[in-house]
Design a protein around this ligand. Sequence first.
Ligand code: C2E
Ligand code: MG
Ligand code: MG
Ligand code: MG
Length: 278
Amino acid sequence: RVKQDRSNYYEFYTEELTLAAQRQFTLENELRFALRRSEFELYYQPQVDLKKNKVVAVEALIRWNHPTNGIIEPLSFLSVAKECELMANIDLWVIQQACLQAVEWEEQGINFGRVAVNLSLCVLMQADLMSNVLSFLKATACAAHLLEFEVQEDVLSDDSAVVRANLINMSKLGVRLAIDDFGTGRSSLNNMKRVHVDKIKIAQDFIRHAHVDPIEKAIIKSIVSLGDNLGIDVVAEGTETDIQVDYVSDMGCHLVQGFHISKPMRKAKATFFLRCRR
Ligand code: C2E
Ligand code: MG
Ligand code: MG
Ligand code: MG
């Protein structure tokens, strides 16, 4: 009996695995066609300077309007894009859309600062990234300073010469560079010397309980003074409450991005938001 139970369990287990693997496989295949089928959409979340009461940037965050599963959030599908080329193609599409959006808002006289785009290591490993970005900028008549690229710390510590060259050339071009989720990745401060960094985004992990947690408080204080000493911007990510906003502001961090100001919005809503803040 025991033996039989075990074999049943085994069968059940493999069946479950196969189902999970199948779902993964299907999703990956669908993802491959999602670009062609125009199923991606960018949402936009503002970054605000509390002192000047002004929007300094708008981060583009991708969503997948899946034909049967509804809206899928990036963390659920970007991990499925195992093929680096697929991931890179998605990022290239986002850059292109960001250029179009920046020009559109600018033509409407809307203040948005710049459009921030998240870049994966996959796209930064492409030797022709620069020429692609250049041709997007040219085709859309978008100025480089209207774009900001966000990369995670792990990307900065990547030893690849191509990645390094891409980051350096991009900032020579005038595109700003932000380090995303600062403090959570594998990196050393030495990376700050390798490429020109314009902005540090303090990961939400350090914001959440900062007002009650002395360690989080110390971390925020240190990042803010690192930013001050380097003369670069520091943004608090994921500020959700008045308490958190007041708290980071008291510690000298005047740039915030979080649900407290707004969740990421679809294009029309974001445009309305920006217009009303003028
Ligand atoms: P991220 O770049 O750190 O983006 C911030 C994430 O935090 C967004 O999640 C945003 O919706 C969420 N967020 C902002 N404010 C708050 C808040 O107050 N509370 C909470 N709980 N969350 C907040 P989202 O849109 O789900 O994106 C997750 C991650 O997926 C992004 O993290 C980024 O790493 C990646 N991602 C998003 N779009 C793209 C893309 O176009 N390309 C690439 N390569 N990665 C992307
Ligand atoms: Mg989310
Ligand atoms: Mg980001
Ligand atoms: Mg982040």
